[in-house]
Design a protein around this ligand. Structure first.
Ligand code: A2P
Length: 307
């Protein structure tokens, strides 16, 4: 087991979790089983919309690791902002568990629950079918309700800018425990990280390696530190986040990578010095600030560098 961080609920959360977005049914069961049983991961990041939660659940069971030792996160899909408990119940049934450790609003974008598609309803002009009548303040109220019922041990958000958080915080009874975002060397969002810290909201990084075929693995500074410390570029990218108290959620279905992402990230987090971190912090403003994941929602999410 690796290092843990603390949530504002008092619960501990492992600093590294296995990402499962784009892990195909047929690959993800083995990946989850391997990560838990052979490597020591104790944290799996899921979502209703990934369409693979049944296989993830099968992988957790196949690992033999007790449910109580695994931190499981899932996310409310956009077409369920009006019916949080219904989406949650589907996720619990798919995973085959009776509670989650953490449940997140996947995007601050309610989509029409009765549109032409259950996942990505679109209007006739091809744009997203937004549920304009619904307020995310009320989504958060429903998140608080399932939290109070005990079906989830913590609640949080994902893809929320400061502007979107300010839409829910004034009426929130429970402060989100986490905000899961695209955070990495080329999109560090330093201002948003400072804001989250001031509110005691833990940041979690998805696509910490830069997603598929990432050019970040060839970043000059990353390659230099990898050589200097005898590690791989991916280790440097992950260790950089963990050293900054950001949860890293690397996705892989390749056993060797699942393993090296865990052990290498921890090695990098302990080897990178304060000076190294300061140097890496300054990489992005040098013209590299870049997102790899930016769906065309058709609403202003309030991020500084949304393309
Ligand atoms: P695969 O799942 O085929 O192993 P991210 O977590 O930023 O979304 O990145 C996931 C992508 O990076 C996937 O395509 C994954 O491939 C690949 N990947 C995961 N770990 C490594 C690694 N250690 N080195 C290179 N590529 C990796």
């Amino acid at each position: 087991a690796g290092p843990n961080f603390k949530l504002n609920t008092g619960a501990t959360i492992p600093a590294i979790g296995l990402g499962t977005w784009q892990s195909k049914p047929g690959e993800v069961k083995d990946a989850v089983e391997y990560a838990l049983k052979e490597v020591g991961y104790r944290h799996i990041d899921c979502a209703w919309a990934y369409g693979n939660e049944k296989e993830v659940g099968a992988g957790i069971r196949a690992s033999g690791v007790p449910r109580s030792e695994v931190f499981i996160t899932s996310k409310l899909w956009c077409t369920y902002h009006r019916k949080v408990e219904e989406c949650l119940n589907q996720t619990l049934a798919n995973l085959g568990v009776d509670y989650l450790d953490l449940y997140l609003i996947h995007w601050p974008v309610p989509l029409n629950p009765n549109g032409n598609d259950p996942v990505f309803p679109k209007l006739s002009d091809g744009t997203r079918d937004i549920d304009w009548e619904w307020s995310i303040k009320d989504t958060w109220k429903q998140m608080e309700a399932v939290y109070k019922q005990g079906k989830v041990k913590a609640i949080g958000v994902s893809n929320f800018s400061e502007k979107k958080l300010e839409e829910i915080l004034p009426t929130a009874e429970v402060v989100p425990a986490v905000n899961q975002l695209e955070i990495h060397l080329w999109n560090p969002q330093h201002k948003l990280m400072d804001y989250l810290k001031s509110k005691d909201i833990l940041p979690q990084a998805y696509s910490p390696l830069g997603s598929t075929n990432s050019p970040m693995l060839k970043d000059d500074d990353v390659v230099q530190y990898a050589e200097k410390y005898g590690l791989q570029p991916a280790d440097i990218l992950l260790g950089y986040l963990i050293a900054k108290d950001i949860v890293a959620l690397p996705k892989s279905v390749t056993p060797a990578r699942i393993k090296s992402n865990f052990t290498g990230a921890l090695a990098a987090a302990s080897k990178l010095t304060k000076e190294d971190i300061a140097k890496l912090d300054a990489v992005a403003p040098g013209g590299k600030q870049k997102r790899f994941i930016a769906p065309p929602w058709g609403v202003d999410l309030g991020f500084e560098n949304w393309p």
